[in-house]
Ligand binder design. Sequence first.
Ligand SMILES: C[S@@+](CC[C@H](N)C(=O)[O-])C[C@H]1O[C@@H](n2cnc3c(N)ncnc32)[C@H](O)[C@@H]1O
Length: 204
Amino acid sequence: MAHYFSERPEGARAGTASGSVTLVLPDLHLRLATGGGMFSPGRIDPGTRVLLETVPPPPATGDLLDLGCGYGPIALTMAMRAPQATVWAVDVNRAALELCAANATAHGLYKVRSVHADEVPPDVRFAAIWSNPAIRIGKPALHAMLTRWLDRLAPGGTAHLVVQKHLGSDSLQRWLAGQGHPAERVASRSSYRILKVEAKVESR
Ligand SMILES: C[S@@+](CC[C@H](N)C(=O)[O-])C[C@H]1O[C@@H](n2cnc3c(N)ncnc32)[C@H](O)[C@@H]1O
């Protein structure tokens, strides 16, 4: 069975919107096209909302990353809050990437780069990473994905991840620390935990 985190999920014609959601935050209001075969097409995911309501402002310049962008609520919020920065919106789901790109264009956010995870130039380092990571891909794949991108934090850069408690936020926090990425819980709302993760000690 194809999942929303497949490269070509079932029921998704790449880039074809089948609905829309409105993201309303204290500082912005965005209407986003969504489609079948991707994560949370009917509403802004509550975890994503907790992340966007609690995360500190991103660095104003440099390269920023939304890891697992879906149709783009996190990437577009980063771009609205840091209009001079380049925002890399990365996913493996091509249909989601096309909708994320279309949503960025519709809001005039021309510094959003919606690209497949394998297409980010290898020398790019991120001043900040925000993510509602794909926990459901399973622990080995999740760990590989996080290691791959957290190791590309710029010196002094930080990541903010939203993870549900019952999906393993506490064990993920311990695992991250064991990988050399200090991690602390900086916010907690209903079942959601926001983890702040730092660059590895040697890259700070
Ligand atoms: C929990 S969803 C979050 C989507 C979106 N950021 C939001 O908040 O609505 C996680 C996303 O990660 C993507 N994903 C899964 N595996 C990935 C990988 N190895 N690299 C990058 N993205 C991945 C999925 O396709 C999915 O769109």
